[in-house]
Design a protein around this ligand. Structure first.
Ligand SMILES: Cc1cc2nc3c(=O)[nH]c(=O)nc-3n(C[C@H](O)[C@H](O)[C@H](O)COP(=O)(O)OP(=O)(O)OC[C@H]3O[C@@H](n4cnc5c(N)ncnc54)[C@H](O)[C@@H]3O)c2cc1C
Length: 384
């Protein structure tokens, strides 16, 4: 997290050797460890100067999450677009064959084929490899960016609606409009320690950002959703999702809890099959929270949007409480479930972390706006 990280974090030494980065993303993404905890640990160990780079990277996650909260239409259009792109590709035998070769790691581009194998076998890719991979997918292989994002999302243990969708949009030139990320032969050779030196013909040069494919530009900025807090004495159903696996820090013990439930949401990541290692990781994360809280929660059926209301009613709950669920598949499911909850007069209350409340108001444009605020955000959160 200190000077070693700042100097070496861009090097991808390959599977089993990712020791210049933290490998913490599957845990931070599910808040098995919170952003506040890692940043505090980094500051204690390395001081504000030494830990600066690591802390900025953690803030990228929060920036992307806040940015998507302010522009939920970008998530909706991504989900619709994956469906449309899949239908189009099915109808195009040539593109379909190229997609199959890419997903099987049979393109003949050695680095790309190796990243396919690492991703599908381990559920992880180094950040730099994700950038090169996405750039080659979009500009060399000329495959639809959303199918690439979907491929990541179906295989990454840390798969996250905001970081993944916006990471791909950033590479494609849709996030910072007109500026796409170009993978370069020298850059791949240098930062893989020359494990790979692709041929120039393997990598597209003079690339054109995809911003023309979205001529209408970005949707307008929405106000942040204001969650309703719980009432202390009402019989309460506690709902735990993979969005926040440190729910005990909200002190659920102060509420009148009559039932606890979990949802397993990994299968909602994509219309296509999601890797088993992701499902196992999510189940493990939720088992870990349950052990910490010493509870034996009921598993709510996510295939039925009425199941949440039915479960809450059966257990006598008059409100459901959960940690804030940001834009993504679980929020989409909750939106459907909320219609039924409303009819049953059971409010859905959410705890939002101070971290999110501090960062998200600044996540309106580029990362720079958030980066500038890091010292004041950490000071208001008393993490310094
Ligand atoms: C195309 C693309 C897709 C991506 N998809 C995801 C995704 O689905 N889920 C995901 O968690 N990250 C995603 N990232 C961001 C980044 O690659 C990973 O968070 C990082 O590689 C995780 O490894 P680490 O924990 O060892 O990172 P470290 O370098 O140790 O960084 C520390 C922490 O900072 C955060 N972080 C670091 N870089 C970024 C970044 N660029 N954006 C957001 N947060 C960051 C993560 O929480 C990470 O755990 C994507 C990046 C790209 C370019």
């Amino acid at each position: 997290m200190g000077s070693q990280y700042a100097a070496k974090r861009n090097f991808d030494f390959g599977p089993g050797n990712h020791n210049s980065v933290s490998n913490l993303s599957p845990y931070i993404r599910r808040r098995l460890i919170t952003e506040a905890e890692v940043v505090k640990a980094a500051l204690e160990l390395h001081g504000s100067e030494g830990a600066e780079k690591f802390i900025q990277e953690v803030f990228w996650r929060s920036y992307f999450k806040g940015w998507l909260e302010r522009r939920p239409d970008v998530w909706r259009s991504y989900c619709k677009g994956v469906q449309t792109d899949l239908e189009k590709i099915q109808a195009d035998p040539d593109q379909n064959a190229r997609l199959k070769r890419a997903e099987a790691g049979e393109t003949g581009i050695a680095c790309f084929d190796a990243w396919i194998s690492e991703l599908t076998q381990t559920g992880y890719l180094h950040n730099h490899a994700r950038m090169w991979f996405a750039s080659i997918w979009i500009f060399t292989l000329k495959l639809p960016w959303r199918i690439g994002a979907d491929f990541f999302y179906r295989n990454l243990l840390d798969g996250d609606p905001a970081s993944n969708t916006l990471g791909w949009r950033w590479v494609a030139g849709l996030h910072t409009r007109g500026k796409a990320y170009e993978a370069k032969v020298w850059n791949i050779a240098k930062y893989t320690g020359e494990r790979f030196t692709p041929l120039q013909s393997d990598i597209a040069s003079d690339i054109q950002p995809l911003d023309r494919s979205e001529p209408e530009g970005l949707p307008a900025l929405q106000p942040l959703r204001r969650p309703t807090g719980p009432e202390e004495n009402l019989p309460t159903a506690l709902l735990i999702t993979e969005e926040d696996c440190s729910i005990e820090t909200f002190q659920p013990g102060t509420l009148n809890i009559c039932s606890t439930g979990i949802v397993l949401a990994s299968h909602l990541r994509s219309p296509r099959p999601v890797a088993d290692h992701i499902k196992a990781f999510e189940a493990g994360a939720l088992a870990d929270v349950s052990n910490r809280l010493k509870i034996n929660p009921c598993q709510i059926n996510m295939r039925d949007p009425t199941a949440l209301a039915v479960w809450a009613k059966e257990t006598g709950a008059q409100q459901i409480v959960t940690a804030y669920v940001p834009e993504g598949p679980t929020r989409d499911w909750l939106r459907e479930a909320e219609t039924v909850l409303h009819e049953a007069k059971i409010p859905l209350c959410e705890w939002r972390r101070d971290w999110d409340a501090e960062v998200w108001p600044h996540a309106t444009a580029s990362f720079f706006k958030v980066k500038q605020k890091i010292p004041s955000i950490l000071s208001s959160l008393e993490i310094c």
